[in-house]
Structures are given as C-alpha cells and as structure tokens.
Design a protein around this ligand. Structure first.
Ligand code: ACO
Length: 436
C-alpha cells in the first residue's frame, strides 16, 4: 500500500547512485538550486547542479511587477490586466505603476509628468555622438550607443545603492530615450534634430521630434498619438524576457543603469526578440500577396525549423498573446487615419491559415505582439528600422523597474551561472613545431 502523503512543503530526492535520500524545502513552487549541492557521492564531488540552457525552467528572481499566465493568455502589471491599462491609462501613468507598485494619485501623476517633461532634453554633446555615425547606421545600434553614452554625463549614476540617485536616473532614462530615438532617426534621413516640445504629451512629443519639418508648431494627430501611447503601454514590461534578463544580469555587477540599459537595448535588437516586428514586415513583403500564403506556410512546415512564421510563437504564451488581441483591434482605428496597410490582408490570411493548421495547433503557436505592431508602425510612417526602437521606448520603464527591484533584493548577487565543463583537462603544452 502507498503510504499517506505527509503534507510537508518539501521534496524528497533519492540518489540512486548510493541510495541516500535528501529532503529539500519547496517555497513558492520552487526548490533552491543550491540545496541540490548537498547531493554528492563523496567529498570530492561538487554536488548536483541543474542544467537549464536558456533558463527554460529556472526562476532567477522573485518579482512583484508583472504576472503572465502563458497558457491562459493573461498579462498583468502590478495585478492590473493589460487591456484595462491600455484602455484607461496613459503610458506615463502605467510607467509610474510599474515603477512604484501603485497607480499614482492625481498629484503624483502631475508631478511625474512634469518631471519627465523637463528632462527630455539631452546634453548637446550627445548630438555629436549621434552625428558621428554613418548615414545608414541602424537606429537601434545608435540607441544602444547613445544610452550608454549618457553614463558619461551623469557619473553620480554609479551610486546604485542610493534610492534618490536611482530615482533620478530612472526619470532621465524614461525622459531621454524618446529624444535619443528620434535623433537617431533624424540622423538617418539627414534632417536636423527636432528638439523636445514641452507642450506635448510623451507620445505627441515623440511624434513631433520624429516628423516636424519647417512648421513652427507640430500638432500630432490625436488618434495616432493615442495609438502610440497604447503601444508603449503594451510594451512596458514582460517579466524576465531576454532584454530584461540582460538588464538584471548586467546591472547585478552594480554598473550604472545607463550601461545596463544599453545592454538591454542590444538584447532587444535581436530578430528573435524586439527585432521580430521588423522581421514580420519583411516576411509579409516577401510573401507578396494573399494567394502566396498557403505556399509560404508549407515552406515553414517543411523547413524543419529553419523558416519561421515571424510574429508567431512565444516562450511563455501558449495561447493568443493578449497584446496582439489589443493591437488587432487598434489597427482599424489607425488605418482609419492613415489608410489601410495592404500587408494587413496577407497577415490576416496567414493568421487564419496558421490557426487552423495542425503544425501550429500542436506546437501552440499563436500571434505574438510583434505580428500586428509592425503593420501599425508602418501605417504611421515609421521606417522598419525604427520598430525595435519604439519597443525600447516603452520597455525602458520595465527594464528600470526590474533593475530597481533587483538592486533592493537581498537575495540577489552578481549574476554568474555555472557550466557543465566537457572539455579536455590537464594537458601538456605543445610547441608550434610539434603541432599537427
Ligand atoms: N514558426 C514556425 N515554427 C515555430 C515558430 C514559428 N514562429 N516558433 C516556434 N516554432 C516551432 C519550432 O521549430 C519547434 O518545432 P519542433 O518542436 O518541431 O522542433 C517548436 O515550434 C517549439 O519552438 P521553440 O523554438 O522550442 O520555442 P521557443 O520558446 O524556444 O521560441 C520564439 C520562442 C523564439 C519566440 C519562437 O517562437 C520564434 O522564433 N518565433 C518567431 C520570432 C518572433 O516572433 N519573436 C518575437 C517573440 S515576442 C517578443 O520578443 C516581444
């Protein structure tokens, strides 16, 4: 007869190499990896480690910022559902929530907006940094470099254990990232930089810095301004994704947040992460017309993983990405102003066919946030190269909240994973004349 379970929050592990048993505590559904180190066959044995490339099943921190249930398609910031935040708040209100844990009061919100607004300007020397790039430099690489360059203007940012210093750099990074992003774009088209306009909203000012030409006052279209603000909200945080993990890992060395954020921007640049919406557009253009969709889907399925349906699939979501749902609805409002993006028909057909196809159903591959964001950005006249940059503007709030949480977390130390070493050992040196 099987013995009755004892209801203890522990896990008993039996080492079949020697029959010894060990009991390790379970806390929040996890066991502590260092607890496994006591499982050894002798004093020389290092002890058991877990092997988890890409951190598929390893929690690297405790966090109270963002909740995701990937199977149910739920995303919440500080407990508030993403759809409600997208509908009822502004990006800066959501950024405050993410950073501080609660929605701001009216007074807090006003002070926060004022503070961000007066910090949008960058030191004039930063413009020389940007101007030194080649005319065709990718704006995401320019953003990564110029965010790191901010570190040289604020040497006090190194004092990462001082809460007021941290707060100040958070304000600067959120305020200045759109300015750097727009300047990178203006450089790439050979236009003079358009300086911030403090009369405009966060999103409106960004559109102004991007698109103002000779007019003395730029007035953003309110529908596009709102849409961009929603896009920033949808991208504001997504718990321990690749770029956030980069922010935390680099920040764990106690480098200043500008250098850590530059690493996060670099991580986001990759085509499997923030570069995916750029890849979606290239893919849709490559498909060319609705009629070619079935052949493309066939190629994806027969490629053995080499050809991906970009904008589909997610490490965490095994259901429709809730952000993609909001964007699909928002697309109509934006296209009402800009005219319909002809690639939308190809995207809708791709989605229709993929969602009915066994290959995608079996692997739980659904549209992610990047599937529709690129179409909206393109309709708003953002060049494809700017897509990951727009993502970075919103995500800066999340990176900083996660960094701030990490710095104050007593469990955290400098990030330093282990490895399973499988190479040679203890070899004798071979001089050139005896090497094969
Ligand atoms: N198209 C076709 N097949 C796919 C796709 C896709 N987009 N994504 C995953 N698969 C397949 C894989 O080939 C694999 O098949 P197999 O079991 O036959 O080998 C299976 O689905 C599981 O995929 P993994 O690669 O193990 O999933 P993982 O969690 O490692 O990858 C990722 C997630 C990187 C997002 C992946 O789905 C992908 O490359 N998608 C396309 C790029 C993209 O849209 N990225 C944006 C992500 S959202 C964001 O960063 C904001």
């Amino acid at each position: 007869m099987t013995p009755e379970p004892e209801n203890r929050e522990t896990l008993t592990i039996t080492d079949n190499r020697n029959g010894k048993s060990y009991e390790v505590p379970i806390e929040n559904g996890t066991i502590k990896a260092p607890d496994l180190r006591k499982i050894k066959t002798g004093p020389e044995d290092f002890g058991i480690m877990t092997y988890d490339p890409a951190y598929m099943n390893t929690a690297s921190c405790k966090s109270t910022i963002t909740f995701i249930d990937g199977d149910k398609g739920i995303l919440e910031y500080r407990g508030y559902p993403i759809a409600e935040l997208a509908e009822k708040t502004s990006f800066l209100e959501t950024a405050w929530l993410i950073l501080n844990g609660e929605l701001p009061t009216k007074e807090q919100y006003k002070a926060w907006v004022d503070e961000i607004t007066v910090h949008t300007m960058v030191h004039e020397n930063i413009t020389s940094v940007l101007q030194s790039f080649r005319y065709d430099a990718h704006p995401m690489a320019m953003l990564a470099s110029s965010v790191a360059a901010l570190s040289t203007f604020y040497p006090e940012a190194k004092q990462v254990h001082d809460p007021e210093v941290r707060r100040m750099q958070i304000v600067r990074l959120i305020a200045k990232t759109p300015t750097l992003a727009a300047f990178a774009y203006r450089h790439s088209i050979g236009f003079p930089f358009a300086y911030p306009d403090n009369d405009l909203s966060f999103a409106g000012n960004f559109l102004q810095m991007m698109y103002r030409t000779a007019e003395p006052k730029y007035t953003p279209n309110p529908i596009l301004e709102k849409a961009l603000d929603v896009l920033f909200i949808l991208h504001a945080d997504h718990e321990q994704n690749c770029s956030t993990s980069a922010m935390r890992a680099v920040g764990s060395s106690e480098v200043d947040p500008y250098c850590a954020a530059s690493a996060a921007v670099s991580a986001l640049y990759g085509p499997l992460h923030g570069g995916a919406n750029e890849a979606v557009l290239r893919m849709l253009k490559g498909i060319g017309s609705k009629d070619h969709v079935p052949a493309f889907v066939k190629d994806v399925k027969e490629s053995g993983g080499d050809v991906k349906l970009m904008g589909f699939g997610h490490r965490v979501y095994k259901n429709y990405d809730p952000r993609a749902k909001i964007l699909k609805q928002m697309a109509d409002q934006v296209f009402g102003v800009t005219g319909r993006n002809p690639l939308l028909d190809i995207a809708l057909e791709l989605e229709r066919i993929a969602l009915e196809d066994d290959y995608f159903i079996k692997r739980k591959l659904y549209p992610n946030v990047d599937f529709y964001s690129g179409l909206i950005y393109q309709a708003m006249k953002f060049p494809v190269d700017m897509f990951p940059v727009l993502f970075a503007i919103g995500r800066m709030a999340g990176w900083l909240a996660q960094w701030n949480e990490m710095i104050q977390d007593k469990d955290q130390k400098i990030a330093r994973p282990r490895q399973v070493y499988l190479g040679y050992r203890d070899r004798s040196f071979v001089p050139f004349d005896r090497r094969g």
